[in-house]
Design a protein around this ligand. Structure first.
Ligand code: FE2
Length: 369
């Protein structure tokens, strides 16, 4: 038992530090994330701060930090990423107490190095960072910021404008889901087990997540304290094309399918998001007919949930409410989930299937089913 605890602790993670997206036009993306999702402006880096190759805007809402980065020139790894994948998640950065140790521990367990440990420094102190490769062109960064008092990272300055739409109640990153290729799910499950010390807490097979036409499989990986979750999806055989396959086609490879963000009041948050133009998947009224019989009593009225298309499911500890946005770019790739947990720390198969069917209807409208 002592040994198991020691194994779990080789990579203590303090939380999601930030999510970095590589995008075609960071100035316009930043406007969208402020206007539509209520993120607040925080920091900026670009030619004015001495950065000649890229521009980055940093936005924050409570504990969710987004970095939107765009290339300034055609020949860079950022430009190539945008060319191949369109807008998408490049880095899932995790806060750690020791970036050097996180790098050494994970690389010793088989991770492919992405960023050798570096020290960034300015008048506000020191940040140490390192990074390893993940599925596709995605990476995990390890950020050690206990010695830093600045606004974000060395090299960034405060970003302030006169345009500040209100936040919508987004609190923190709940989980980030990766879509990987055929028969690749277990490879990445093993990566999270061996390299990161995570555990597989839940498995959905293709029988549980299938419709008449298509299917996928999913395993949920969680770190030692249960707060950081990375589910991994792979396509499964069906009569028609899996939605994971559609993602892989348009993203040109494996990558982050969705980022789920927690709220303390999903009805208020989703109402605000809809009013600001965020589009959500449509859930048929039939879903709500059997709902209370299936999941038991809940605090919320059914009517606003049905009106907004919010799903409810239960695990052994409580229940959770969830909704998916439509993709936030023209390619059917990255989207967001809004989630409110009321006791449930895991996921339910009923919601997974309902969300899958809603995604499939959109896939059919695009002619990709
Ligand atoms: Fe999710």
């Amino acid at each position: 038992m002592q040994q198991a605890n020691a194994d779990q602790d080789f990579l203590p993670l303090l939380g999601t530090d930030y999510i970095e997206l590589y995008v075609g036009n960071a100035k316009q993306s930043a406007h969208y994330y402020k206007t539509a999702f209520g993120y607040q402006e925080l920091a900026y880096s670009g030619p004015e701060t001495g950065e000649k190759e890229r521009v980055s805007y940093v936005l924050r809402q409570n504990k969710v930090t987004l970095v939107l980065t765009t290339p300034l020139r055609p020949t860079s790894s950022i430009a190539e990423h945008v060319h191949i994948h369109g807008d998408g998640v490049k880095a899932i950065a995790l806060t750690v107490a020791n970036a050097q140790a996180a790098f050494e521990q994970t690389v010793a367990r088989g991770a492919k190095p992405y960023l050798n440990p570096i020290t960034l420094q300015d008048d506000e102190g020191v940040v140490k960072m390192s990074g390893i490769h993940l599925y596709g062109d995605t990476v995990h960064l390890f950020v050690e910021r206990s010695g830093y008092n600045g606004i974000f990272l060395p090299g960034f300055r405060k970003w302030e404008t006169n345009y500040r739409p209100e936040p919508v109640g987004l609190l923190h990153v709940d989980h980030c889901v990766g879509n990987v290729g055929w028969n690749r799910m277990n490879t990445w499950v093993k990566f999270y087990e061996d390299v990161m010390g995570f555990k597989n807490i839940l498995t959905f097979d293709d029988k549980q997540i299938s419709t008449e036409y298509s299917a996928l499989m999913s395993k949920v990986m969680s770190n030692g304290n249960g707060y950081i979750k990375f589910p991994i999806n792979e396509p499964a055989e069906g009569k028609k094309k899996s939605q994971v396959e559609e993602y892989l086609d348009f993203y040109n490879g494996e990558g982050v399918q969705h980022v789920a963000i927690a709220t303390g009041n999903i009805i208020e948050t989703v109402t605000a998001l809809r009013n600001r133009g965020v589009e959500f998947l449509h859930i048929p009224d039939t879903y709500y007919e059997q709902l209370l019989g299936r999941i038991g009593p809940i605090d919320e009225d059914l009517q606003p949930l049905q009106q907004l298309g919010i799903l409810v499911d239960r695990d052994e500890e409580g229940y959770l409410l969830q909704i998916f946005t439509k993709p936030v770019e023209d390619r059917p790739t990255l989207f967001y989930e809004i989630i409110q947990r009321k006791g449930a720390r895991s996921f339910g198969a009923g919601n997974f299937k309902a969300l899958f069917e809603a995604l499939e209807r959109e896939q059919e409208l695009r002619g990709n089913l």
